[in-house]
Design a protein around this ligand. Sequence first.
Ligand SMILES: [Zn+2]
Length: 322
Amino acid sequence: MESQNFTIFPGSGQTSLRELCANLLEEQKINWPGLAAAHKGLANVQSRLLSGAGYDVCVQFNPARAVNSGAAVDEESIKNRPCFLCLHNLPREQKGILYKNEYLILCNPGPIFAEHFTVVHVQHQPQAIAASLYRLLGIAKDMSPDFAVFYNGPACGASAPDHLHFQAIPANILPLQKSKGSHFRLITDTKIKIYRGEGINRAALVFAGSDKDLLLTQFDRLLKTAQNALSISDEPMINVLCSYENCIWRIMIFFRSKHRPDAFYREGEQRIFISLGAIDMAGLIITPLELDYNRLDGESIRNIYTEVSLPEDMMNKIINEL
Ligand SMILES: [Zn+2]
């Protein structure tokens, strides 16, 4: 991407990152017909609240997301396709905000929300949270209080597992964030508070605190503890959703056992075309197919959440060792 195609943050002026993002989106909707069309399509997207799950969960019918939900993310397919997040492969109309010389904030060409950004590392390097969490926290703070920023692990939601990136979406728009902690129980009450999700069929923790270094240390410990408990050396399968409000970061972490439910790989009408990342895990299930939109109910979502989440006994093991 040529330098005239991005704005620099922090710049010499006083313009906030929030304002730069709003300006970028406005400009791109005018000068990039593909993005304008995607946002127009978003106005027709339907969503509904599912009943019977025991907690709030919504399903959004969004046909344009078929590309993302169906993305082949196996090693062979990834190796054989041009990386769509590398700067030299971006659409020529795309502009961005260069964040601290390290990430480029871009309008997401397949939006789920009226404001939806992809935050892409300027170098082609794999999705990995341990070394990038400090930036995720920084971006969440700089984009607060209007946005939440999330990370999808390379094997559980990222459609470009080979290129480090986050996404920014409106804060407090996802059911589990809106519920303001009612499905979470405090399990550790120190400088960093730790909460555990209860009765939501998902293995979820929240780390909350105002000390960034301490949060980073605790998160690192969590990753190492999970690796030990699961006897793995790779990054545990996680989705991380971070917000910043009143000087407090809240990091919601979903532990996963699978990227997609088995039904994703079935044939014909047996197939359920959903592929879960942070947005879905936080209570907004995206489906590109009307058939699924109409037939999913609270019961089926409970089963899908249970299937793709780390089993409770493993979660207990991680928490006990933490
Ligand atoms: Zn790349």
